[in-house]
Design a protein around this ligand. Structure first.
Ligand code: PLP
Length: 511
């Protein structure tokens, strides 16, 4: 196989202020009507004199084509699911966002409404939110829910507050103080539990990668408020003991929280509601194909079993005779967790995705995601220096975690170096050093849309890197070389005193 040549190192784009020249005009602002000139003069009277401009604002003086080229160049220096062969960032489900989602989300009927409008004038918006919630409840097997939370972590926090409200209403707020969390969990799980006022108790994983049942039994008791779990977990392994885990927690009066960030593995195949979970969040910005790079807006709707429905945030959208309206009728509500309805634009993309795939399509997406991940995992496992810890011989789900511990011991090349070297091939780095229970972890999630050629290209690149690690380890350790910015000092690059992010003319803190 011929690997694509990738070289970005020579690219340099000037700052927009360095382009163009004095008095060049990109856009002519129409001159003001005489009455507006008077109005501006009137307003100016109220601005303190020290705050008035004495010279024109220092804007770049560029023509339209220069602006266009500048931003197109910058976008090409960026990396995204639509530009690279594979974006294997595990635990993130960086899946392709079909263009139709964007087209609908950009429709003026959706972008030009305001949440303060009268309900009668936003029936379409309310209808789609109502139907999205129904679809979400069907996929998760829950009875009721809220679309408000703006991210997975926000959904977790909301879900734990619901568990807390439930115990409070049962007079057990002070006695149930602990949330149990497996050691393979995502860091947001303990963070959410602690923010909601709980103490966290960690349970170890067994050699199959699931929860160690003996250890779980030894920590549950009347102090248990609940357990947070993602299934499949961050090792990409489905915990087959889930019904027994739920029984252990329910037996002591605790509640089961499902972190749905990994739903891409099981959509349409099995439902957290049927596994024994009482509350669940799903990351629409992962499983339902809405982009979430760079910390952009997300959506983490929460679903609950009937026993928690009274505590859900308000307002809820209800329907009667085909008319949609907002309802605040929840006396025990935990209140609002987001302004209005949450990030509706993200939700619209998710809804479009759900409708365009349909039930069978969602199921097939999960099946392909699992197939792709196993194809990659079991090919990579054979490469020198790599292994697939936990769950010997078990199928992985939508993602898999490899270990480069042997490579490090043999050659000094670490998981971090393998990830950085992949950038030289124009491939995004996998998630590195997570979950914490795998030494030198490389967590790979190819997702369902990658064709086999892309997967093979990725596997071939890792193979070349593994061979290079054993023949010329320095070469791997000094990567990347082909990117606009080469190997960085990880500590310095993140330190506010040495990193200079301002326009270079003003930068006084050269590293
Ligand atoms: C397993 C798991 N849980 C929770 C989260 C938190 O989701 P978010 O980033 O939307 O807050 C993530 C994010 O990567 C995750 O992988």
């Amino acid at each position: 196989m011929t690997l694509r040549k990738y070289r970005q190192a020579d690219w340099e784009e000037p700052l927009i202020f360095e382009l163009g020249r004095e008095d060049r005009v990109g856009f002519d602002v129409p001159s003001l009507e005489p009455e507006l000139i008077d109005a501006v003069a009137d307003i100016t009277e109220f601005v303190p004199s020290g705050m008035l401009r004495t010279k024109p604002a220092g804007l770049p003086e560029v023509s339209e084509i220069e602006v266009l080229r500048h931003f197109i160049h910058l976008s090409q220096m960026n990396y995204g699911v639509s530009s690279g062969i594979i974006y294997p960032l595990g635990s993130c489900t960086m899946k392709y966002n079909p263009v139709v989602n964007e087209v609908l989300a950009g429709h003026p009927k959706m972008t030009e409404v305001h949440p303060e409008q009268d309900e009668s004038s936003v029936q379409g918006m309310l209808e789609f939110l109502y139907k999205l919630k129904s679809g979400f409840l069907e996929v998760t097997g829950m009875d009721d829910g809220t679309l408000q939370p703006a991210a997975g972590a926000h959904g977790e926090y909301t879900g734990i507050l619901l568990i807390r409200a439930y115990h409070q209403n049962h007079g057990e707020l002070d006695s149930r103080t602990e949330i149990i969390i497996p050691d393979s969990a995502h860091g947001t799980n303990p963070a959410s539990a602690i923010m909601a006022g709980y103490k966290t108790v960690e349970v170890p994983s067994n050699e199959d990668g699931g929860v160690d049942l003996g250890a779980l039994k030894s920590v549950v008791g009347p102090q248990t408020a609940g357990l947070m779990l993602t299934n499949p977990n961050t090792l990409g392994i489905f915990d087959e003991n889930i019904a027994e885990i739920a029984a252990i927690i329910h037996e002591v009066g605790g509640l089961m929280y499902y972190d749905g960030a990994n739903l891409n593995a099981v959509m349409g195949k099995c439902r957290p509601g049927d596994m024994g979970f009482d509350v669940v969040h799903v990351n629409l910005h992962k499983t339902f194909s809405t982009p979430h790079g760079g910390g952009g807006p997300g959506s983490g709707p929460v679903g609950v079993k009937a026993l928690l429905a009274d505590y859900l945030p308000v307002p809820d959208i209800v329907e009667s005779d085909g008319i949609y309206s907002l309802s605040y009728d929840k006396p025990k509500t935990i209140g609002k967790v987001h302004g209005y309805h949450g990030n509706t634009n993200v939700m619209l993309k998710a809804y479009t995705y759900m409708l365009s795939l349909g039930g069978e399509g969602l199921k097939e997406a999960s099946e392909l995601a699992v197939l792709n991940s196993n194809y990659v995992a079991y090919k990579l496992k054979e490469l020198r220096g790599l292994s697939l810890p936990f769950g010997e011989g078990k199928w992985r789900m939508h993602e898999a975690v490899l270990s480069a511990a042997e490579m490090e011991a043999d050659t000094g090349v670490r998981a971090l170096n393998v990830s950085k070297k992949l950038l030289d091939y124009g491939i995004h780095a996998p998630t590195t050093y997570f979950p914490l229970i795998v030494p030198e972890a490389l967590m790979v999630e190819p997702t369902e849309t990658e064709p086999i050629e892309a997967l093979d290209e990725f596997i071939e690149a890792v193979k070349e890197i593994s061979e290079l690690a054993y023949s010329d380890p320095e070469e791997v350790m000094n990567a990347p070389k082909n990117t606009t910015i080469g190997k960085l000092d990880e500590a310095k690059a993140a330190h506010p005193k040495t990193i200079c992010l301002s326009w270079r003319t003003y930068c006084t803190m050269a590293p």
